[in-house]
Design a protein around this ligand. Structure first.
Ligand SMILES: Cc1cc2nc3c(=O)[nH]c(=O)nc-3n(C[C@H](O)[C@H](O)[C@H](O)COP(=O)(O)O)c2cc1C
Length: 273
């Protein structure tokens, strides 16, 4: 059986889970092709899915949905009736509408979605002073990913004829979720910038930017395009980019959620069948 794992991963968590899923599927005898669709040039205009028996889509949660640039690309695909599975990585807060809204997008694109999963992954904003699930994914998350690969394999192969069951429908409409998406810039008030620091202009920040926002020469991100994924900070080998300190916002957020970093870390990765 041939399976594609298409993943978007700005800061590496979603890729880690793609690696575990790939290894588990290969162990079951599948031929797996991993395709990284994080950068714009990898999100090809027309993709032919006919060579695969099933496609797994992996994405981080960005404000309770898949990242905007990925959602826009998924909407252009032609699933040709193929079976698909989804998974998301998230920083310990909320995933809820994402399974539902991404299944809607994939179903409209012609895929039959047979399974979904969510995995904990260190929150991207930890790079700016948060403390949300910093050690995740860990062995417990990888164990769930292994089980998930087995469940997806059974569904793709037809050994298990089930499809993804009813998901809790969100009462948040797209406009509301768009507004929530804007809140990230209340925490991230200083987008990635070089702030006069030395840089060898290796271009990694610009080449690995998922939204075409980063200008390496200027050493700053275009606020109209930046999705706040902080991939450029990760990509920079010289640690030359900086953002504002968000630790105060994290403390406020914990108070608002009536939660603690320990509570966030108690959450477990989950499979939806
Ligand atoms: C802009 C942005 C918004 C995010 N929104 C959420 C969220 O709504 N809930 C949550 O739990 N984590 C959220 N996160 C954390 C990421 O989902 C998490 O760190 C994810 O594993 C990152 O995946 P990656 O390393 O593959 O890019 C957000 C991260 C970013 C950058």
């Amino acid at each position: 059986m041939k399976i594609a794992v298409l993943y978007f991963s700005a800061t590496g968590n979603t890729k880690k889970m793609a690696d575990v899923i790939e290894q588990s599927l290969a162990g079951l005898g599948a031929q797996v092709e991993k395709i990284d669709v994080t950068v714009p040039s990898a999100r090809r205009e027309s993709m032919d899915f006919s060579g695969w028996d099933g496609v797994i889509f992996g994405a981080p949660i960005h404000s309770m949905r898949a990242p905007r640039v990925l959602r826009e690309w998924l909407q252009t695909l032609n699933g040709q009736g193929k079976k698909a599975a989804m998974y998301f990585t998230y920083g310990g807060f909320h995933v809820h509408p994402c399974h539902y809204s991404t299944r809607e997008i994939l179903a409209a694109a012609g895929f039959t979605v047979v399974a979904s999963a969510e995995f904990l992954g260190a929150h991207t904003f930890n790079r700016g002073g948060w403390q949300a699930v910093p050690e995740r994914p860990d062995a417990s998350d990888f164990a769930v990913a292994k089980d998930y690969a087995a469940a997806v394999y059974a569904r793709f192969s037809g050994k298990d004829a089930g499809v993804l069951g009813e998901l809790e429908k969100t009462d948040m409409n797209e406009e509301f979720l768009d507004a929530i998406e804007g809140f990230r810039f209340k925490a991230l008030t200083q987008l990635p910038t070089r702030n006069g620091k030395e840089c060898s202009l290796c271009m990694a920040c610009q080449e690995q930017c998922p939204s075409g926002a980063m200008d390496a020469e200027k050493g700053e991100a275009d606020p109209a395009l930046c999705i706040a994924c902080l991939g450029c900070l990760d990509a920079c080998p010289e640690d030359a980019l900086e953002i504002n300190d968000m630790s105060g916002v994290f403390a406020q957020r914990m108070e608002m959620e009536k939660s603690t970093p320990q509570d966030l870390n108690k959450k477990q990765s989950k499979i939806y069948l």
